[in-house]
Design a protein around this ligand. Structure first.
Ligand SMILES: Cc1cc2nc3c(=O)[nH]c(=O)nc-3n(C[C@H](O)[C@H](O)[C@H](O)COP(=O)(O)O)c2cc1C
Length: 246
């Protein structure tokens, strides 16, 4: 099994210790697992410049492609996507947000990758005490809008910023939850069907792109690259990617 692991921070603290705990469990539960790790900010892109080249053309036109492409390809190749992140001011750290911004053009509404359909993802979020809901939200948004079917989360309220001082019962609970969630994900791995939200978004956008295209034509505007992409894939005619998988 192939896992793409993205860790939001690189300092040797709690997040890194949780990364080690995750790796230990993943290797013991999934013998022979291939784990492709990316540790931010080192392995990630700089901030999105807002040039919109990815929206107007495609992802290959991004000035930060050297950093973004290996991560996107690793996610496409992976059976499971795993994010490990602390909470920073009730949200994800900026470097993780910068990474997600670069994949906005791969949301279902623009130029989605059919390879994301049916995938499962796990987000492990630790904080001293508060902010889980708002931290998980931006990650869940991106994952669901890329077409990921199931997003699991494990939340750890550490109560301390030094992992050696975190109570043993908190660490035991975290490890147990990681193990249980991984087992659940392994058990559901055979099902690569798209989720309801994915199907609805693809179907809705097939209409949406046709409507936008007609409106732009009336105004004498050029055809959008999103429309051409959907046309080339056959999705405007209802030949959705999961149909070839059925
Ligand atoms: C800039 C910054 C902002 C943080 N914001 C929060 C927060 O909003 N809520 C919280 O419970 N912990 C917060 N923390 C604590 C972290 O979530 C984390 O528990 C702590 O940094 C220990 O993890 P680490 O050793 O991997 O850095 C913050 C830490 C930093 C550095």
């Amino acid at each position: 099994m192939n896992i793409c692991l993205i860790v939001a921070v690189s300092n040797p603290g709690c997040t890194d210790r949780i990364r080690e705990a995750f790796l230990e469990q993943a290797h013991s539960l999934i013998p022979g697992a291939q784990i492709n790790q990316f540790i931010l900010p080192k392995d990630g892109p700089s901030y999105c410049l807002g040039c919109k080249a990815c929206f107007f053309k495609d992802m290959s036109a991004c000035p930060h492609l050297k950093a973004t492409l290996p991560i996107w390809q690793a996610m496409e190749d992976a059976d499971l996507l795993v994010f490990i992140t602390p909470t920073y001011v009730f949200s994800i750290p900026g470097q993780l947000k910068a990474l997600l911004d670069h994949f906005g053009s791969r949301w279902i509404v623009h130029k989605p990758s059919p390879r994301m359909i049916g995938k499962q993802a796990l987000v492990i979020n630790q904080s001293v005490g508060a902010g889980f809901k708002s931290t998980l939200l931006p990650l869940k948004h991106s994952l669901r809008f890329w077409g990921v079917r199931c997003v699991y989360s494990v939340k750890a309220r550490l109560g301390m910023t030094d992992y050696d001082l975190v109570e043993q019962k908190v660490k035991t609970k975290l490890n147990r939850q990681i193990g249980e969630t991984l087992r659940k994900m392994i058990g559901r791995q055979h099902d690569a069907s798209p989720g309801l939200m994915t199907k609805l978004l693809y179907r809705g956008m097939a209409f949406g792109h046709q409507g936008i295209h007609k409106m732009l034509q009336k105004k004498g505007q050029p055809v959008t690259s999103d429309y051409l992409f959907w046309q080339k894939e056959g999705w405007l005619d209802g030949h959705f990617p999961w149909k070839s998988k059925d």
